[in-house]
Write a protein that binds this ligand. Structure first.
Ligand code: DGJ
Length: 729
């Protein structure tokens, strides 16, 4: 059992292979956090110092003891109204208008297996690999019961957290803030990594020193967002890729979130993560319960790359589901950048014919195939096939493509509606609009109210009609605006809960589709990577990483994305040059190598490429088949960092048994009389020799890792170089 409880010291110890997490029921029943770090067997309550501190109050029962203050003590689930003035996890508005909530230990339960969260995506694990701790807390005054859930997946060094709140009183109260996790560090100099960005430039890595005050990230856009990913790393200040202590917190949720860090007056660091509390006010009726989404935490004592491997392992093995969990996904061609809205059935067949000849396995028909949709001003919501535009039924089109030997995939944007659509004309009350106000339009579309069951049911029916009409093996699930004007015309008085219920509605819809079509591959998308999060990965094993297909920008985007999310989940396409987003021209080979960091595909008019490039496409497809297993299942290493001044970018995959590795680099800058560049490998076995399969030269693993290889002299920027190493038996 990975979870221990000592009845005498009242200490809980959660052990994973390399980490220990500890908390203690304090003398007054508060749950105090003791330790999170390298695995140890000691009880760490000796770390806590009790001191009389000015302006830090004491609970009443402490009596004459002025040294016990929740304003200074490390806690497991701090709440507002207890004399802790730091950021907290919970704010309750009681019926009498007060904001107090004081949670005390009532009991606990330890069991084999991992808990589930009703209606929300979460890590799954079987009984042999996981354990659950439930700690029951209660506020005796307002009769609020809170259960803290801890899932321990021992071998992957993962601890998950979630919270359940039950109102056992006779009156409704309001949850104004309910986060999922808190970690208190008693001391230490830490940096934090955040992944910020914008549309077409998502998940840029930023490392900052944690300073006094509150810092952090969040989203109020109704989606996890392009702007801030729901993922944080806290790293001791000297931590590097392969050295030092670091901690990750990743939110399994695709809507609004908040992740904050506070360095307090006593130089203690508090980190919290959970639902965004702004515009959230959840009326919890008598006997009703509320569940928070899950936070997945990990600790690495040997730097960031191990933290990354922990996340890649848990997400690949215990979050992603379905047929494509461990299978290669079809190499696809998407018509968007080739045609935008301007196509008909013939053009699509032309693209498919070209593509199948080169070995492409699936055609994805993007936006524009339904309703009155020849631009972005109309049609969303009308999920009926525009047979006039296609020149035939979808069934006929898909059959023709299948007959060529290709699979077929289709684009949807199920959460949106244009005012110029049949659906909106029939049901204007299904869109988010605040009464007596004009709504904010974005890409001329409004957001459907997925907090309403009838809306979700209707869209489900429409999607099923289309999916049942033809052999559709993939859908791209898009979401192209931030949510605003949140108001449900369902008659609910719980308007502050609407965005949370929206997410439950979305997850319910996705779950029904996943269950009904177990062989369907869903690629989630939000104008590229605006909803690249662990919540969506539960339903879609692939996410369109960015609308930016420029290789050089993609290197940075993919680097940031790689810290938490497995490479297999990155939707990545080779596109035309000059690139449609940046105007940059990069070599065909470089575009392929960068797009192979992920689930590979093409997004260009194949009629416009040269015969030499066509030949390259054939080779690339063979190449990707050869390496997909190493790329998708191997350990990923960032060999360079966008945080440094870089003349080249390099990354690498290695099988965990050290038998094979693949390195890829792209030259970012060229200058006169360039110094030689070197690159060191990772994840090899130092005592074995390796053959460079290109040059057939033999090197020891130790030499490759300690001294590396010189890179070829590049004569142009954006050139690429790859090395494939195979261990000598
Ligand atoms: C945004 C997506 O990210 C694009 O790839 C494309 O599908 C468009 N939407 C279509 O409207």
């Amino acid at each position: 059992m990975a979870i221990d409880f000592n009845n005498e010291s009242m200490i809980f110890s959660l052990h994973t292979r390399h980490s220990t997490y500890q908390m203690q029921v304090g003398q007054f029943g508060h749950l105090l956090h003791l330790y999170y770090g390298s695995r140890i067997k000691d009880e760490m309550d000796y770390l806590i110092r009790y001191m009389d501190r000015g302006f830090s109050g004491n609970p009443y029962e402490a009596g004459l003891d002025k040294t016990y203050s929740l304003d200074a003590l490390p806690q497991e689930y701090p709440t507002d109204g207890t004399g802790d003035y730091r950021i907290t996890c919970m704010t309750i508005k009681n019926t009498n208008g007060t904001y107090s909530c004081d949670l005390r230990y009532k009991g606990h339960n330890i069991s084999k297996g991992k808990y589930n969260i009703p209606g929300l995506p979460s890590i799954y694990a079987n009984k042999d690999e996981s354990d659950t701790l439930e700690v029951f807390l209660e506020d005796a005054t307002n009769q609020l019961q809170v259960t803290l859930y801890y899932g321990v997946i021992e071998n992957t060094d993962i601890i998950t957290r979630s919270v359940r709140v039950v109102n056992c009183s006779k009156e409704a109260l309001f949850l104004e803030k309910v986060l999922s996790a808190n970690i208190d560090f008693l001391y230490g100099d830490y940096d934090w990594y955040g992944f910020h960005g914008r549309h077409t430039m998502e998940r840029q890595t930023q490392r900052s020193k944690i300073v006094h005050g509150i810092q952090g990230v969040g989203s109020k856009r109704g989606a996890s967002s392009h702007q801030y990913n729901p993922f944080l790393i806290i790293a001791e200040s000297k931590t590097t890729e392969d050295h030092g202590n670091c901690y990750g917190l990743c939110f399994v949720y695709s809507g609004d979130f908040k992740a904050e860090i506070e360095l307090d007056q006593y130089n203690q660091t508090r980190v919290t993560m959970g639902l965004q509390d702004e515009m959230f006010s959840y009326q919890l009726k008598t006997e009703a319960s509320f569940y928070t989404p899950e936070v997945v935490m990990t600790f690495s004592g040997v730097g960031l790359e191990k933290l990354t491997h922990n996340y890649h392992d848990i997400f690949r093995n215990n979050l992603i589901r379905g047929k494509y969990k461990s299978m290669p996904k079809p190499i696809l061609i998407n018509n968007w950048e080739a045609t935008y809205f301007d196509y008909d059935g013939k053009k699509i067949i032309d693209i498919a014919e070209q593509a199948v000849e080169l070995g492409v396995e699936m055609l994805v028909l993007d936006d524009g195939w339904f309703g009155n949709r020849d631009g972005d001003m109309s049609g969303l919501g009308d999920w009926t096939v525009n047979e006039k535009k296609l020149g035939c039924s979808l069934h006929t089109l898909v059959n023709r493509i299948n007959e060529m030997g290709m699979k077929f995939g289709l684009w949807f944007e199920p959460e949106m509606v244009n005012e110029d659509s049949e659906l909106y004309r029939e049901h204007p009350e299904w869109a988010f609009i605040i009464p007596n106000r004009d709504p904010i339009r974005s890409r001329f579309q409004l957001v459907l109210d997925y907090s309403r069951v009838e809306v979700v049911d209707y869209i489900y029916g429409k999607i099923c009609n289309v999916l049942d009409s033809a052999n559709i093996e993939y859908i791209k699930w898009d979401f192209n605006r931030s949510i605003s004007d949140v108001y449900s015309r369902s008659g609910t008085s719980n308007q502050g809960a609407v965005l949370y219920h929206y997410m439950l509605g979305l997850y319910n819809l996705l779950e029904r589709i996943v269950q009904r079509y177990p062989n369907l591959l869903i690629e989630s998308c939000s104008g590229g990577g605006g909803r690249f999060d662990a919540g969506m990965l539960y339903y879609s094993p692939q996410i369109w990483t960015s609308d930016n297909t420029d290789s050089i920008d993609r290197i940075r985007i993919q680097e940031g994305t790689s810290f938490a999310y497995p490479i297999s989940t990155f939707g990545s396409h080779l596109s035309a040059v000059p690139n449609h987003q940046t105007g940059r021209t990069t070599p065909f080979e470089t575009r392929a190598n960068v797009a192979m960091v992920g689930s590979f595909g093409y997004e260009l008019d194949l009629n416009k490429i040269t015969t030499i490039e066509k030949d390259q496409v054939k080779k690339q497809i063979v190449y990707f088949h050869k390496y997909w297993d190493l790329i998708h299942k191997g350990d990923y290493y960032r060999l360079t960092s966008s945080q440094d001044k870089q003349q080249f970018a390099a990354w690498q995959y290695a099988r965990r048994d050290g038998s094979e590795a693949l390195l890829c680099s792209v030259t970012l800058e060229i200058h006169g009389n360039m110094p030689a560049q070197y690159v060191k490998f990772k994840g090899l076995l130092p005592k074995y020799d390796y053959i460079d399969m290109n040059t057939k030269k033999r090197y020891s693993g130790k030499a490759l890792m300690c001294a590396g290889l010189p890179m070829p002299f590049m004569t142009n920027e954006y050139q690429t170089w790859q090395v494939h190493l195979v261990k000598v038996q």
